[in-house]
Write a protein that binds this ligand. Structure first.
Ligand code: ADP
Ligand code: MG
Ligand code: MG
Length: 898
């Protein structure tokens, strides 16, 4: 008995949903896919869902494991489910009276919009089509459904070319002297089905299958097959590269077989899609479109222009009212904004799909805040709900109002995805990709995008389409990525071949733009403007500020920023930074009036000459530090002493070397000599970081003096400066011991020289970025007041990758799943993470209160922030624009790790 139930459990491949039973409810999404699970859930809460069944993702996994074979026993289970379906609906597969028709739909655990194929009206054959005509008393409809099936089936299952079908259709239309598909009479469609079957036989080399079960089996295999179609693979790769690790781990797609309902039965029928709230703004208003007398993909395909759902009441008041009630039911049940698909058959509404609606960060924040207000979710849930990285959308640039007002507006499309984009026109996806890789900012212009275009869409800074609607492919994908998109700008006429667009503006003038021309897109208003319109940075306010306050309430990690200038420091503070975790000093040397002194220092042969040059740099540094301390008054500022190898400050080209020689009044040969002497075969591992200060202590002395003098000057002005001096690239305790003594001596000397009597509280610590420093962190800690993990270099040195040329192989590594994501974007927790953990444990074994932070790029990556929280760091530091992301991610980590 036990044995039998175990065996049955192991092989359950099909889950039924309907009035008879709902087997899928409560099972994992990973097993049933999102679509399958939600069809089961909607059924169980009493929403009108056509019944059907779901074949699990595991079956898809097995299908590929066994070299594309359906597992044994699957079709038996399918048979059984079909029988249940027949009983429930009182219809029979292939019946000549009232035939059962089904759709065969894909559905992975993570939604991949339009990436995989759907077949509608399956189960029709020469007999059943007559039965359908009889049962519906609508011959035209029955043959229309049949011709759609033959075409879709030929396309999806057999991979037949579409144009042969199109030619056959054109012939019929000509014969009946009509131009629209919808005007072909019933007998024309009857003839068309015969013609389609002939096309099918010719191209496929066999007859269109008359056995519905055979149709079903091949359709199931085709859905499994589409899982590994190029476009599906591309989509998953791009999503994975964006850090969507969930998508990289999927085993396959589920298949949903569902009884058909018909939106194409006449003017009392229709089909639509929508969001329960506005996915752009977050406004609590149903946002959707519908088409009368249409089936399936007609709404999104852009063949006919759909109407907004707000107009639906004028057409069918009851159906509209029911839809609005369903909105409420769904949101109360899921406590989330939903993205739905529905069909109305002769006035009766059916739900065909629901899932969590994609939204941009702006909408996510508003919806989360509103739902707290509405009592649907708690503050904590709101904090956990907004994907931290999507806050980028709230931090998107917009156009400067003055520049906007003066802009040369060409036309207006739909505001499909907010933001501002400025770029040159690219006409195909491959072109967009190539030009982007060559360093150009491009805007992809298409009539409409399709899943084949995703790589080009990803490369473009903005997307402009001339026909798509608000729920078109371009709009949905762009929104998911937070990319600026203007869709359906019908005044834009695209000539892809000639690589130009013509736009008829409000005054009726026709203007032409080519690949060389720049345009500006406002995804927030839908406007298309000629030329480059100046953009501006965003601000923190409203719901965004509220969410940030909630986040601050729950997080324990402090958030600092990486900033090298007073302006950046101020911006970061406005975004909520509580200190500077990394102030790089080398950038301060590059300005025109400073680099010359730096260079003469490098060129100097004696210590005395070096000191003379450094003396000229000192006032610049002091002033920079004072500005930063002031902007960050009351907050700690970690200043990293000079880090890069010196040759980075020298010009490498002959012309520039000649000019430098003139300025410094030396021979060009001397510069060349010095430059080649400094040349290193692997600068990453070269004479840099603390090694510089060991060889040239006078550089360290100048920098420390500048820091101390700046702090003293602040103290005199009653500004609370809190400098922390950070020594980079330490690999041995001895390095830090020697340099710490030097720093302390310099502090003392400077204080004495300034006769400063007040209190300065300057910490001295080190950046931990060499594996050996992690391994010996207990020894290093003896001389450190703080550690800051420089995870960029630590990643480079742990993997042995150079960040500068990793682009050559990293995409292949991600594709082959050698690494799940770019380790420079998201901390490699299992490898590099061990070193960080070891550094923390060993460091604190010596000094329990050792202050520890992280200052690599990883400080703004939500997953890495979670890791830092887990291993007990005190703070993370990231670029100013990622500070809000880090605040939210830190709160999410604190809440979910409790
Ligand atoms: P996708 O995942 O690409 O959205 P779907 O499986 O949702 O594909 O199918 C696309 C469309 O086909 C649906 O939005 C719906 O309009 C139509 N469709 C699917 N199944 C049925 C059905 N059983 N009855 C009527 N229409 C259906
Ligand atoms: Mg769908
Ligand atoms: Mg470094």
């Amino acid at each position: 008995m036990a044995k039998k139930s175990q065996a049955a459990k192991a092989v359950k491949m099909v889950y039924y949903f309907g009035k008879k039973k709902t087997e899928g409810k409560g099972h994992p999404k990973a097993l049933l896919g999102g679509k399958g699970l939600n069809l089961a859930e909607m059924t169980s809460i009493g929403l009108p869902v056509p019944p059907g069944f779901t074949i699990t993702t595991e079956v898809c996994g097995d299908y590929y494991k066994s070299g594309k074979q359906l597992p044994k026993g699957l079709m038996d289970e399918v048979h059984e489910a079909v029988e249940t379906l027949e009983q429930e609906l009182g219809k029979k597969f292939g019946d000549n009276d009232n035939p059962l028709l089904v759709s065969v739909r894909s559905g992975a655990a993570v939604s991949m919009p339009g990436m995989m194929n759907t077949i509608l009206n399956l189960g029709l054959n020469d007999v059943a089509v007559e039965g359908l005509a009889k049962a519906t008393k609508n011959e035209r409809f029955a043959f229309d459904a049949y011709r759609r099936l033959i075409n879709m089936y030929g396309d999806v299952v057999m991979g037949l070319p579409h144009h042969s079908f199109e030619e056959a259709f054109d012939k019929i239309k000509k014969k009946y002297k009509v131009t629209e598909d919808t005007d072909v009479p019933a007998e024309g469609l009857r003839e068309l089905c015969e013609a389609y079957k002939a096309v099918y036989k010719k191209d496929a080399g066999e007859d269109f299958p008359q056995d519905p079960i055979k149709q079903l089996q091949l359709a199931i295999e085709a859905v499994f097959g589409s899982w590994n179609a190029d476009r599906a693979i591309s989509y998953r790769r791009i999503e994975a590269a964006k850090g969507n690790s969930e998508i990289a781990n999927l085993i396959g797609t589920a298949v949903n077989v569902q009884a058909m309902v018909y939106g194409n039965m006449g003017d009392d029928s229709g089909t639509g899609v929508g969001f329960t709230r506005d996915p752009n703004t977050g406004q609590n208003k149903f946002y959707g479109e519908f088409l009368i007398n249409a089936q399936g993909e007609d709404v999104v395909a852009g063949i006919r222009t759909p109407q907004p759902v707000s107009e639906m009441g004028k057409w069918d008041k009851a159906a509209h009212k029911e839809l609005m009630e369903i909105k409420k039911t769904l949101e109360t049940h899921y406590k989330e904004m939903q993205d739905i698909e529905f069909t109305i058959e002769k006035g009766k509404l059916f739900m065909l799909q629901t899932r969590t609606g994609k939204r941009n960060g702006i909408a996510a924040v508003k919806i989360a805040c509103d739902m707290v207000k509405e009592g649907l979710i708690t503050e904590k849930e709101a904090v956990l709900r907004v994907p931290a990285s999507d806050l980028t959308h709230c931090l998107l640039p917009s156009f400067k109002p003055t520049a906007r007002n003066a802009a040369d507006v060409l036309c207006r499309g739909l505001n499909a995805s907010p933001g501002a984009a400025v770029g040159k026109l690219a006409f195909t996806a491959p072109e967009a990709r190539e030009r982007h890789e060559a360093g150009e900012e491009v805007i992809l212009v298409r009539r409409e995008t399709s899943p084949e275009d995703v790589e080009g869409m990803s490369a473009a800074c903005g997307i402009l389409t001339s026909t798509g609607g608000a729920t078109s492919h371009a709009a949905v994908v762009a929104r998911g990525w937070g990319k600026c998109c203007v869709a359906g700008a019908s005044d834009v006429h695209i000539n892809e071949k000639a690589k130009k667009i013509t736009v008829t503006d409000a005054e009726g003038n026709t203007r032409t733009f080519t690949a060389k021309d720049t345009i500006s897109l406002d995804g927030t208003t839908g406007e298309v403007m000629a030329g480059e319109v100046e953009t501006q940075e965003p601000k923190l306010s409203g719901d965004f500020a509220k969410l940030m306050q909630w986040a601050d309430k729950y997080r324990t990690l402090k958030i600092r920023t990486n900033a090298d200038s007073p302006a950046d420091s101020k911006r970061a503070r406005d975004f909520g930074a509580e200190g500077i975790g990394l102030c790089r000093t080398e950038h301060m040397f590059f300005e025109a009036d400073r680099i010359i002194h730096m260079r003469s220092m490098i060129l100097a042969d004696t210590e005395a000459d070096r000191r003379a040059a450094l003396k000229k740099l000192l006032p610049f540094q002091r002033k920079d530090f004072e500005g930063i301390f002031k902007a960050m008054a009351g907050c700690p500022v970690t200043v990293r002493l000079l880090d890069p190898p010196l040759h980075e400050f020298l010009p490498h080209e002959a012309a520039a070397q000649k000019q430098m020689a003139e300025e410094l009044d030396v021979k060009p040969a001397e510069i060349k000599k010095r430059s080649s002497a400094l040349h290193e075969s692997n600068p990453m591992l070269g004479h840099r970081g603390c090694r510089l200060s060991i060889t040239y202590p006078e550089i360290l002395e100048m920098q420390v003096q500048a820091i101390v003098e700046a702090a003293i000057s602040c103290a005199k002005k009653k500004i609370d400066a809190q400098p922390e001096i950070m020594i980079p690239l330490v690999g041995t305790a001895a390095e830090l011991q020697i340099l710490r003594e030097k720093v302390e001596a310099t502090i003392e000397k400077t204080v004495a020289a300034k006769k400063f009597e007040g209190k300065l509280n300057i910490l001295i610590g080190t950046m931990i970025e060499i594996p050996r420093a992690c391994l010996t962190a207990d020894e290093v800690a003896e001389y450190a007041d703080f550690f800051s993990f420089g995870t960029n270099d630590l990643t480079q040195m742990t993997f042995g990758y150079s960040r500068d040329d990793v682009g050559g192989f990293l995409p292949d590594y991600i594709e082959h799943k050698i690494v799940p994501v770019d380790p420079f974007q998201s901390l490699d927790q299992s490898g590099v993470g061990q070193l960080v953990e070891m550094g923390v444990t060993k460091g604190r074994s010596k000094k329990t209160k050792l202050k520890i932070g992280i200052c690599g790029e990883h400080g703004g990556d939500p997953a890495s922030v979670g890791f830092c929280n887990k291993v007990g760091l005190d703070y993370v530091s990231c670029s100013p624009f990622r500070v809000p992301i880090a605040r939210l991610a830190a709160a999410q980590a604190a809440l979910s790790q409790k």
